[in-house]
Design a protein around this ligand. Structure first.
Ligand code: COA
Length: 349
């Protein structure tokens, strides 16, 4: 095959200059239907008082018949591009962090096609509720290496299709949403990703899983194959809670320490929105006042890879997060996986 036969969509010109990362635009999208705790109480044996007091969640959004993960991701991405003032064909890469793709082979290329991002390579990244943070750090490496200039990172999940809606211990927690962030190479050495740490521990993976279930089927002669699908989400709530309140403060402390950052210099704490009690425990550990702790899980529940960009978008659009603000962020969840990043919001050029 000659160069002339190569698909130009797959080619990215190296820039050869290492660079910092700028956070330029964000966007989000949620399904239209909100389901309150009281409504959920008609399906399983639970009630508003229990859910609110244990989690802080009052309602969650669930993808309906005319909606999809692809649609939410597309809307969130379009809004992020619009905020940045970029055309989709200026993107070099699309990273879609999701554990619930419309297509197990990957949903990012469909997003690329929908946006008309004809110059972007697109792939999915799976890291459950840590997915957005892992995706952002991954994307930043392409910029830092000088290989790419503009990248879209989307965190989107439709956990409602994998929740056991008859398991009151887990179904009350989750919701569906998409959030997006567009980042670009800086030209003056500024870096909005001031530091990061990422961790995995598969030995504890069974406390929160969406496992495959297969049966042996005859193929030919003595050869067999496995066929099946996935079981609904299985969660040991207490173990996950203990994991979060132990590891999130620890990794944030390590990051602040290694970057020489004092908690007082942080404008916002932006954690994965899993449980208000987890948010409060982490804030208490660093003596960060409530008004600097971003939280919207009352309205959306835990939307997995979407929580951080969904919250970021809300706080940027309502003016709480201003250009130059510093954000300490942490994602955590199944895998087990967790991470922390120290971010700065630059906003549109
Ligand atoms: N409504 C009413 N009662 C419920 C209930 C619900 N939705 N879910 C559980 N209960 C009951 C239990 O059956 C149990 O009753 P029992 O004592 O009669 O057996 C009681 O409430 C206490 O259950 P427990 O599991 O100990 O509750 P908890 O205080 O640990 O809270 C979670 C449960 C799930 C809210 C909490 O463990 C949690 O938030 N864990 C982290 C989960 C998470 O964030 N997952 C995603 C991470 S990305």
């Amino acid at each position: 095959m000659t160069d002339a036969n190569l698909d130009p969509i797959a080619l990215v010109e190296p820039l050869h200059n290492t660079s910092g990362v700028l956070l330029r635009g964000c966007g989000s999208a949620t399904p239209t239907r909100s389901i309150s705790n009281d409504e959920l109480g008609k399906r399983v044996d639970t009630n508003d008082a229990w859910i609110r007091s244990r989690t802080g969640i009052a309602a969650r959004r669930v993808v309906g018949a005319d909606e999809s993960l692809g649609e939410l991701s597309g809307l969130a991405a379009e809004r992020a591009l619009e905020m940045a003032g970029w055309k989709a064909d200026s993107l070099d890469l699309i990273v879609l962090a999701t554990s619930t793709p419309d297509d197990l082979f990957g949903s990012a290329p469909r997003l690329q096609a929908r946006l008309g991002a004809v110059n972007a390579v697109a792939f999915d990244l799976t890291a459950a509720c840590s997915g957005f943070l892992f995706g952002l750090v991954t994307a930043a490496q392409y910029i830092r290496s000088g290989a790419m200039r503009r990248i879209l990172v989307v965190g989107a999940d439709q956990l409602s299709r994998w929740v056991d809606w008859d398991d009151r211990r887990s179904c009350v927690l989750f919701g569906d949403a998409a959030g997006a962030l567009v980042i670009e190479a800086s030209t003056d050495g500024t870096d909005d990703l001031e530091g990061f740490l990422l961790r995995s521990d598969g030995s504890r993976g069974a406390v929160l899983q969406l496992p495959q279930v297969t049966e042996r089927c005859e193929l030919i002669g003595d050869a067999s194959h496995q066929q099946g699908g996935f079981e609904p989400i299985q969660m040991n709530g207490q173990e996950v809670y203990k994991f979060a309140v132990r590891e999130v403060p620890a990794i944030l402390a390590s990051l602040l320490n290694s970057t020489g950052t004092s908690p007082e210099s942080i404008d916002w704490l932006l954690l994965h929105q899993a449980n208000q009690r987890i948010l409060d425990a982490v804030a208490e550990r660093f003596k960060i006042p409530n008004e600097q702790v971003l939280s919207n899980l009352a309205f959306y529940g835990n939307t997995s890879a979407a929580t951080i960009p969904l919250m970021l978008d809300e706080a940027v659009r309502d003016g709480r997060i201003q250009p130059g603000h510093r954000i300490a962020s942490s994602g955590f969840g199944a895998g087990l996986s967790w991470g922390a990043a120290l971010l700065r919001w630059s906003g549109p050029a």
